[in-house]
Structure formats: structure tokens, C-alpha cells
Design a protein around this ligand. Sequence first.
Ligand SMILES: *Cc1c(COP(=O)(O)O)cnc(C)c1O
Length: 470
Amino acid sequence: MSLNDDWRARSLRAVWHPCTQMKLHEGQPGGRPGLPLVPVVRAEGVWLHDAEGRRILDGISSWWVNLFGHNHPALREALVDQLGRLDHVMLAGFTHPPVVELSERLGALTGLGHAFYGSDGASATEIALKMSAHAWRNQGEPDKTRFVGLAGGYHGETVGALAVTDLGIFRDAYAPLVRLAATVDSPDARGARAGESAADVAERAAAALAVWLEANHAQTAAVILEPLVQCASGMAMHDPVYLRRVRELCDRWRVHLVLDEIAVGFGRTGTLFAHQQAGIRPDFLCLSKGLTGGMLPLSAVLTTDAVYRAFWDDEVARGFLHSHSYTGNPLACRAALAVLDLFEREAVLERNRETAAALDARLAPLHAHPRVRHARRTGMIWAWDIDTTLPDFARRYGRAALERGLLLRPIGRTLYLMPPYAIDPAGEDGSGAFLARTALEALEATLAQEGEVAPAPSAAPSGTGAIDAV
Ligand SMILES: *Cc1c(COP(=O)(O)O)cnc(C)c1O
């Protein structure tokens, strides 16, 4: 048995892997191949290394968490230094330098303060929803308990977060457990009718939200959405004008605006935070994933003074009595501080603009591919909808890419890239050239399999409602 096979077998016996139908990892002689489980023992920059020393380019930043490449020396040094000082202390009744400094700096960067911490994205969503409804209750409006999100929205998979996650594959099995939020039209620019611009689609979607809020504002605590890119539903991108309209509507109808920047924060869309492209400020901002550069789990919810004041009271029960054991973990906060240092020291956003333009040029053959619809990019996120009859395009593509040393996992029929910012677009042997070349090769290899299987019932080249599940 090879080293890789040994880890694979042990893992499949002992580990229940996330977002995975485990049976698909079982050998299926003559059946559909699943993605092979990949044992990774080391990572450096944009490369993952398996147990036998083979390297794989991480084209999706390990589920969108990595920013500057794996094992970045500045983050590693910060963590090693922090380990010598303070590993962990509870945050109720105690505080520590990393959490204070991180909260101050996030506040200065966003104009929102009072940072509340969780351990992952879904817990940030739950915190924001609970805080919003509780703030209204404390302000004498206990009926404002409902939420409204966007079609195809994704905000995490705990029972509370599923209420505002509009992706059936994650939610249907738990429907009886979930108090479903309302959904309104997505401003997804792919919905443009003849002659419409992305801004027109955004205005149309905002008009639908206006109608909904007019009827339901009295029971509604908050609108929640992913600004600029709805990632999990297939990299649906929209015009920033939508965010301005939603802000106006939330002000008009006295409803909180919760922006989930768990995936798009920290430079992904070209600005440090996506909502900055619309010149607005939300009432709640959820952050996670890139917050620690992909080093440690941490999430934060930032909010306004007005929300904070709604909890300030002599009565304990009017406070926000929510906690997680690792709330504000010093190591995680220290990693986040090192991430903010890198943004300050290294002009990351400008460099990303150059990287993206240079990668765009390399990706020209994909943009122009006859099977590609809706070639699109926002900042460091690229996406293409593939017109294919393959019902399991994503799995087949993932396998074809992995065989060639590239980690990409399409969502339904949407192929996308979300590489670490350390991707090097220069040189024919660089990681950018490898990424562009291999992404195209894997597409050709996947499309060549179309003759082997019956076509999907609907060959619509849309990723909406699809998934990243194995
Ligand atoms: C990943 C993600 C979440 C959930 O974060 P977890 O850490 O996986 O719980 C929530 N919202 C958005 C937009 C995400 O991309």
C-alpha cells in the first residue's frame, strides 16, 4: 500500500468528511468515479503536497479561507510568538491584547465597532440574526423577528443559519427543523433580459425587495445578503448599485442590513470589504474565512453604536448572553492581526489588481471557449458557466483537474477560480501559467467524456441551486 493509500484508508475508517456523501469515496467498479480523497501533509504558498511528495495547486484557497498562500512566514512568526505568551483565556470577565487590538483595528477599517467573536462563519450568521432581533425587542418592537435573504443565498449550515440559506441541497433534509426566512430575487447579473445592464438587473431586484419590505417591514428584523458575489450558489455577481438601494430601503423601513462578507471580505472583490464599492455601511458585518488568512478558525460580527446601546441596561437578560468556548481566541486573533499587518505593509489590493489583469490575459482561451457562458470576474474571483450535457460535470471536472495537479471544485456547472493572492501570473513555468493551462486542459478532458453518459434532464448552464458536495 502506498503512503497516500494508507492515509486514505485510515481516514475513511475514522473521519466523517464534510459536505460529502461518504459512499462516493468507496471504489465503484465500473460505476461513476468520485473525487479521490487526497492526503495532504504539507503546504507552502499556493501548493499543497500529498503524502508522496506530489504537489497540487490550491485554486480555491482551501474553500476560500486562504489569502496570502499557505504557511506564510509572517503569519507563522506571529503565531509562534503568541504561543510563547498566551494560548487561550476565556473572554467573559477577561480580555487580552490580541482581541483588543483586533477589535480596534476592525472598527477603524469598517466604521463599525463592538466586535463580537465566534469560531466560524455559521456562528457569525447566528450571532448577527440573534443580535438583530434582540435589539428590536429591547427597543420595544418584539414583532420584528423575521429575516429576508436573496434567492441562492448562503450563510452557513447550522440550524439557525439554514433559515437564511436558500440552497435546497443543504436545507431540504432539515426543513422541519428550520424557521424559514423569506427570499427575494437575486440581483445576479446573469438574469439580464435583452438590452438590460447589470445595473438594470440590480434595480429590478431592488424594486422586488421594496415591494416585499413595504408589506412585511413591521415583522422584519433584517435583510441579510452576500455583497457583490453570492459564492456558494455559483459565483453569482451583481452591480454595487444594488447595495445602495438595499441600504436606502432598510433605512426607509427600519430594518437592519446584515452583510455577510465571510467569503468576499479581505480583498477578494478588489476592495478590503465588498460593500465599500457601494459606499455604504451595514448595520452588521459578518467576517470569517480570510480573517485569519486561512490559519485558524475565527469569526467576528461588527455592529453599530445604536445596536450596542440597545443592549446596555441594568437588567442582565437585556444583554447579549451568547458565547462560544473559544470566543476571541488569542492565537486566532493574533493571526488576524498579522493579516491586517500584511494588508498595510504590502499594498495587497494594488498588487491583486495587477495579478488579476495578468491572469485574465492567461485565461483568455477560457473566456472565449465555445462552451463557456457568462465569463465573469470580480476582483480575485473568476467564474464561467459551462454548457455541458454532463449531469455530474463538477465531479468529473474536479477529478480531471486533480489528476493534473490542480484543486478546483466547480459548483454545479459553474467552473470558478479563487486562488490565493500569492498566485504568480508571470513566467511560463509560474503558478499562474500552470493554473490557466491546467484549468483549460481539465475542461477539454471533461467535455470529452460527454459521449459516455446520458445527458442531464436540463442542460441549462447555470450554477444556481447547485453545490460543492462530493
Ligand atoms: C462559508 C460561508 C459561510 C459559513 O462559514 P463556515 O465557517 O463554513 O460556517 C457563511 N456565509 C458565507 C457567505 C460563506 O461563504
